[in-house]
Design a protein around this ligand. Structure first.
Ligand SMILES: [Zn+2]
Ligand SMILES: [Zn+2]
Length: 179
C-alpha cells in the first residue's frame, strides 16, 4: 500500500484580512507513531478536522480540532490497547520567517511545521497528540501485566510463580521495618 502523504495547507496564499476568522473542514492524515519501540497507528488514519485561521499581522493564529483513536500494544501485557483522543492544537504561524539571527523561541512552531508557505498539518497534529499521551498506554487501567518469570498474562491466569528470593527478602525487610 502506498504511504500516505502528509496533509498540508497552503497558508501563504490565504487572504490577509486582520482579525477575520476563516474556517476549513478537511481530511487530516495522522502518521503512525513509535512509542517505547512499539508501533501505534490511528484508526482510521484520516480523520475529519476543523482548521480555524485568524490573520494577525505577521502571520496566522491557527486552531485545529479533531478526534482520533490510537491503537497498539498495551505497555504492560502487549495485548491490544486503544486510546481515544480529543485534540485541540493552537499555534501561531508566521508566513514570512525573519532572518535566522532574529529567530527566538516564539518562532519555533513556524520553523517546525512550515515549508515554503505551506503548513504541515500532519506533523503539527503529531506533535499535539504527543503532548496529550499518557505516560503509559494500557489495555485497561488495572492491567496486571506479564509475570516476569514465566511470561503468563496475569490478567487471564495465575501462574503461581513465586517472586525471586531477592524480592521476598525485600518484602520481609519491609514487614520487619513496619513492625
Ligand atoms: Zn494490558
Ligand atoms: Zn509466572
Amino acid at each position: 500500500m502506498p504511504a500516505h502523504k502528509p496533509t498540508t495547507f497552503d497558508l501563504a496564499s490565504q487572504p490577509r484580512e486582520l482579525g477575520a476568522e476563516r474556517t476549513f473542514e478537511l481530511g487530516l492524515y495522522l502518521p503512525p507513531l513509535k512509542l517505547a519501540g512499539q508501533d501505534y497507528g490511528f484508526v482510521p488514519d484520516v480523520v475529519p478536522a476543523r482548521l480555524a485561521l485568524t490573520y494577525a499581522g505577521e502571520g496566522f493564529a491557527a486552531t485545529m480540532q479533531f478526534n482520533c483513536r490510537l491503537e497498539g500494544a498495551c505497555w504492560r501485557c502487549l495485548e491490544p490497547a486503544d486510546l481515544d483522543l480529543d485534540v485541540t492544537a493552537r499555534d501561531y504561524f508566521e508566513t514570512k520567517l525573519p532572518p535566522v539571527e532574529e529567530i527566538g523561541e516564539e518562532e519555533e512552531a513556524s520553523l517546525w511545521f512550515m515549508e515554503d508557505g505551506s503548513l504541515n498539518l500532519s506533523e503539527w497534529a503529531r506533535s499535539a497528540i504527543a503532548e496529550l499521551l499518557p505516560p503509559q498506554i494500557l489495555c485497561r487501567e488495572d492491567c496486571r501485566g506479564l509475570c516476569p518469570q514465566c511470561g503468563s498474562n496475569l490478567n487471564f491466569e495465575e501462574c503461581g510463580c513465586q517472586p525471586p528470593v531477592e524480592e521476598r527478602w525485600g518484602r520481609l525487610r519491609e514487614w520487619k521495618a513496619a513492625d
